[in-house]
Design a protein around this ligand. Structure first.
Ligand SMILES: [Zn+2]
Length: 98
């Protein structure tokens, strides 16, 4: 015995941003999912069920993704305007200049 292979060390999972296309750690990205019911949701916990796409926590990336429709393409669903607004609100909330 003792010939069991050790599982490979887990690396931080990397995901590609739908906006700028850079790969980042999953935890640095915001997840957008398509639920099994065919709804689009912003998944701030990263734990919801569904097909997911990722984007940097950046309004610039959001605008790029919207322009390129890359979220739509990767989720294969139309993203309602309200989702973009929700994301923009979330991304912009930390650097408001009131
Ligand atoms: Zn990005």
């Amino acid at each position: 015995m003792g010939t069991k292979k050790m599982p490979p060390k887990k690396k931080n999972p990397m995901r590609q941003c739908a906006g700028c296309g850079e790969r980042r750690e999953k935890k640095e990205l915001i997840r957008i999912i398509r639920t099994p019911e065919g709804e689009v949701q912003v998944d701030f916990t990263g734990k919801k069920n569904g097909r997911g796409a990722y984007i940097c926590n950046s309004v610039d990336c959001l605008k790029l993704a919207q322009k390129k429709k890359s979220l739509e393409r990767s989720l294969k669903i139309t993203i309602p305007e309200s989702i973009y607004q929700e994301l923009a609100k979330e991304m912009g909330s930390k650097n408001e200049d009131g």
